[in-house]
Design a protein around this ligand. Sequence first.
Ligand code: NI
Length: 139
Amino acid sequence: MITITRAFQFCSGHRLYRPDWDEERNRSVFGLCSNPAGHGHNYTLEVSVTGPLDHETGMIMNLRQLKEVVKEKVIADVDHKNLNVDVAWMKGAIPTTEVFADRIWQRIESVLHKEAPQVILEEIVLHETASNRVRKRRS
Ligand code: NI
């Protein structure tokens, strides 16, 4: 089995807060990330898939196909958008990197399974900043 990874860049805004908490509690848990006007990040998303080598093509999956799935199911929805208000599949969620990565996984996994049954989604790594990243692996 071989694993291949493709990286994607996009920009999104967000605010971390719970509407059922007061300002003070939000500030103490989420810090500057709870600023009422929000803030943005330049995210990098790495998507890895694993499968057997196809000896006819020398590939495990056409990277162009992987790119199309991720662009259509994720990037088109979130790039230059506010995760709290613009993205239907983030509605009601606190847009931490953990939650965001989990939702992205759900968006990609079922489509990949249908469109490229020879591979499995192995891992996604979502970088929020150069210092912070979240990894989700298949269980
Ligand atoms: Ni943030």
